[in-house]
Write a protein that binds this ligand. Structure first.
Ligand SMILES: [Zn+2]
Ligand SMILES: [Zn+2]
Length: 221
């Protein structure tokens, strides 16, 4: 598990599922209220991280509908008695298919209907923190990115990675839309924004602007 902290905010990153997806337990230091972002599976490890940090989980947040991010959300919602917020409703078809995807990939997953769909311009709170919602289609049609402008960090799901971008060959994927989401919505957030992504190490918007091979093309910057 990796730790992340900026003033007033801490997070523990818990790799889950055979896809090593970065489930993130994120909390407000002032209130010790927390959100579990993308509980794809391996719920025992997530429960252990919650117990170790001593925080009170008030919601589950989903960045998009893929199994490694959302497969454990229904069960964790039942366990904790908290609502599921996100992703955008365009990923409804993915969330409805999670049980069959679990059979394909060989790990348990259940379909989930969020308590709240998110759209561009919405905000999500965690304790005293406020995260802005950006709808960033491309990797999946309903992918959302959550940004804290005050604390200068973002949760980007599978939209952008250190040195790469989300794959676009899955159902509903769209390469042009993905690059437009990154160019029009993520790069303008500012180079100093640190981000936690769905797989692999953290990075910053500035590092990716300068070095990410997918963002160096003509007409992009
Ligand atoms: Zn994904
Ligand atoms: Zn993923």
């Amino acid at each position: 598990m990796k730790e992340f902290s900026v003033p007033d905010v801490s997070a523990t990153i818990i790799p889950v599922t055979p896809f090593q997806q970065n489930c993130t337990l994120l909390w407000c230091e002032k209130t010790k209220k927390a959100a579990v972002v993308d509980p794809g599976g391996d719920l025992d490890r997530i429960r252990e991280a919650i117990a170790q940090s001593g925080v009170s989980v008030e919601k589950i947040i989903l960045t998009h509908g893929h199994i490694d991010h959302a497969g454990g959300a229904a069960e964790l919602r039942e366990d904790l008695g908290v609502p599921v917020e996100g992703p955008h409703e365009a990923d409804r078809f993915l969330l409805e298919r999670l049980a069959e995807q679990g059979q394909v990939y060989g790990f348990p997953a259940r379909a989930v209907t969020p308590d709240r769909w998110l759209k561009e311009g919405d905000t999500v709170t965690v304790g005293d923190l406020t995260l802005d919602v950006l709808h960033c289609p491309g990797h999946s049609p309903g992918s959302v990115v959550l940004v804290s402008p005050a604390q200068r960090f973002a949760l980007v799901g599978d939209v952008l990675f250190q040195g790469s971008v989300g794959r676009v060959d899955l159902p509903g994927g769209d390469g042009k839309a993905l690059i437009a989401s990154i160019k029009d919505k993520l790069l303008p957030l500012g180079d100093d924004i640190a981000f936690i992504c769905g797989h692999g190490p953290m990075s910053t918007i500035g590092q990716e602007r300068q070095t990410n091979p997918f963002l160096q093309g003509e007409g992009l910057l």
